[in-house]
Design a protein around this ligand. Structure first.
Ligand SMILES: Cc1cc2nc3c(=O)[nH]c(=O)nc-3n(C[C@H](O)[C@H](O)[C@H](O)COP(=O)(O)OP(=O)(O)OC[C@H]3O[C@@H](n4cnc5c(N)ncnc54)[C@H](O)[C@@H]3O)c2cc1C
Length: 409
């Protein structure tokens, strides 16, 4: 198989899409075989988009089933725009709750600082992560992709094939590393780079009981808390605190609810009532990674957290992985050789991913103000009335208003 194998189709949004389908060319649509390592949000979006573009897609997931990582994801309009273009608007409406906006509050006194309505024609939704990956997997399979479990990938090969953890190799025209934050492929392409502990840890929990249909963010000195609904009787909670002691980077470290409650013992009454509902909580350390310099070698490429892990302060990791999935299929589907498509893919996605990574890093400092700067900022936020929400919306418009389906590398 040569680097000049072609995938001639443009992305077909599928039967459920509102926009007219651009049909794959049936005569040539099976020209390209793609293996994707990782059935997370990025890998599955890429699988769906590539299958719709006419490629033969196999997803290799190391786990025995789709991972139920628990918890929620905020799918902002930029991510939703891609999922709608892939025909998943109805699925998102079924599994998600539309956000009415962001409510910022003083986490010590409970006072409202500002409310930012989301507006716009593309909804901002809260979804259960596992329901989203399930929906993506079903759509990818319906488009012809095959998802195989217990099939870890050890190496992406520059000729587009992969070496499995079993030692077997599988030939293909394009290998995609979508293995998330601990991606081996990123290390192979970029060498081992040590992530830097940000001196922030985060607790996450899903609580029984309702929540208002918006994200609420409470600001406290050196800490912040975000909550949003995941269903009529389910609330997602993430609480972040600065602390010097190191905690491992991973989503599965259990902690005691009392540790979370103790860290926020001075919080406002409404926040205390929410913490009192916590039955099970996980703690993870927040690490800063650099965006990978090298995303591709030959006909292998990385995307999503594998290429650009980011801090969760702007809720963009999954949204960026979704944008990547579309962009990869779009470039591969342009009908030129695959290596050239991967060059364009990196050029198209790396600057935006780097900008979002940088913006996410800056966000914690703004949330965690102390002393006089905190008091001054809160007075200004409350005094500026409708100006603050407008300014806040403008600050994120370059993220939310971006339309990857209209972009080209
Ligand atoms: C608590 C929390 C809240 C978050 N909230 C948001 C949010 O609101 N909005 C948002 O956009 N982002 C959010 N994020 C970030 C988001 O979850 C990630 O950025 C996103 O999941 C990245 O997708 P991915 O497909 O790149 O990787 P992942 O979702 O991590 O998927 C990687 C997959 O690859 C598999 N895998 C790993 N190694 C191999 C291998 N060698 N072979 C085969 N398979 C392999 C894994 O088992 C996994 O299934 C949050 C993250 C956390 C921790």
């Amino acid at each position: 198989m040569s680097g000049a194998r072609r995938c001639t189709a443009t992305i077909d949004p599928g039967p459920a899409a509102a926009t007219p389908a651009r049909a794959a060319d049936p005569g040539r649509s099976r020209d390209v075989k793609v293996i994707i390592a990782g059935a997370g949000v990025g890998g599955l979006t890429a699988a769906l988009a590539l299958a719709r573009a006419g490629a033969e897609v196999e997803v290799c997931e190391q786990s025995p089933a789709l991972r139920d990582a628990g918890g929620g994801l905020q799918i902002t309009p930029n991510g939703a725009r891609v999922l709608h273009a892939l025909g998943l608007e109805e699925m998102l409406d079924e599994i998600g709750i539309r956000s009415e906006g962001v409510l910022a509050r003083d986490g010590l006194r409970g006072r409202t600082l500002f409310h930012m309505p989301i507006g716009g024609d593309i909804p901002y939704r809260f979804v259960h992560r596992s329901r989203l990956t399930q929906g993506l997997a079903e759509a990818a399979e319906a488009a012809g992709a095959e998802i195989r479990f217990d099939r870890g990938v050890r190496h992406l090969l520059p000729d587009g094939g992969v070496e499995l953890q079993s030692g077997a190799t599988v030939a293909a025209d394009l290998a995609v590393g979508a293995q998330g934050i601990h991606s081996l492929a990123r290390m192979e392409l970029n060498g081992e780079t040590a992530p830097v502990f940000t001196r922030n840890v985060a607790w996450r929990a899903v609580l029984p009981g309702p929540s208002v249909p918006r994200s609420q963010i409470w600001l406290l000195p050196g800490r912040h808390v975000v909550s949003y609904p995941l269903g009529p009787e389910l609330t997602n909670l993430v609480a972040v605190r600065e602390q010097a002691a190191w905690v491992g980077e991973g989503w599965h470290h259990r902690d005691a609810p009392g540790a979370l409650q103790g860290a926020f013992a001075d919080a406002s009454d409404d926040l205390q009532r929410i913490f009192a509902r916590v039955e099970e909580v996980h703690l993870w350390g927040l690490f800063r990674h650099d965006v990978a310099q090298v995303w591709r070698r030959g006909r292998s490429v990385i995307l999503g957290d594998a290429a650009h892990p980011m801090l969760p302060f702007l809720s963009q990791g999954a949204n960026m992985a979704i944008e990547d999935g579309w962009a990869l299929a779009d470039e591969v589907g342009r009908g030129e050789d695959i290596e050239a498509a991967l060059v364009r893919f990196q050029a198209r996605r790396q600057p935006r991913a780097a900008a979002v990574v940088a913006a996410s890093r800056g966000q914690a400092g703004l949330y965690h103000l102390r002393g006089l700067p905190r008091a001054g900022a809160h007075i200004a936020l409350r005094a500026s009335g409708s100006l603050t929400p407008r300014l806040m919306r403008r600050r994120v418009s370059w993220i939310y208003d971006h339309d990857e389906t209209a972009a080209r590398g």
